[in-house]
Ligand binder design. Sequence first.
Ligand code: 13P
Length: 257
Amino acid sequence: MSHLRKKVIAANWKMNMTASEVTAYLTNFLEEIKTVLAVDVILIPSFTSLPKSSELLALIPGIYLGAQNISSHDKGAFTGEISAAMLRDLFVRYVLIGHSERRHLFGETNDLIHAKIAIAHRHEIRPILCIGETLEERLAGKEKQVLEQQLREALTGFSLEQLANTIVAYEPVWAIGTGKTPTLDQAEESHLFIRSTLAQLSNSTTAQKIRLQYGGSVTPANTREFLSAPNIDGVLVGSASLDPRTFAQIFLQAQHA
Ligand code: 13P
């Protein structure tokens, strides 16, 4: 069934690269990849690089801009926050919500994450909901329980269309920036579990439309293997996306997966 879902790779640059550095990156990356056909690419720079990136990517099909965060409020007295309308105005099409760094370093709760997903949908920005268990939770055999709770609390109450327009990224916390990855079987088991939980929250037709990404120590060397799993439709890449050539290799691997 995975042929129904277009593959999608995303680069989360986190708090790296100035706007000038992003400009140089994009020039190099676009030279390397040449055509984008079989795979959607989402580039997720810092807020300060969004205007320039938006300008440079405006005429390029298949490459979309994402933001790393979004305010849960529409507008008003929320100093330092960035609203959905501000992102839309820059042609931002996707937004990371609930990344493990936001959950663990900035105290984001599932309730806040739910509110952010709601506002993103209202402004037609597609959420990339990030979920994943810590090492402690996995060792205690609780990973499915954690994933189910994260999904339920973040995604209850949305329409089938909104759910179909959501990407869910499974990023085990212990695999982020560590060089450790789950085995292919472990990764597929988690993604299959995520898809069946999504079917309970919607229905099986909708769950089959939702794209699932794996994230955590993805490299050009392991991309193809992850993408061979029936329920993994893409990868969300941190460190290995900071070099345009390396991320272009990941893109090429994904195109041939
Ligand atoms: P790494 O690819 O550096 O492990 O980071 C993964 C990540 O957090 C992407 O959102």
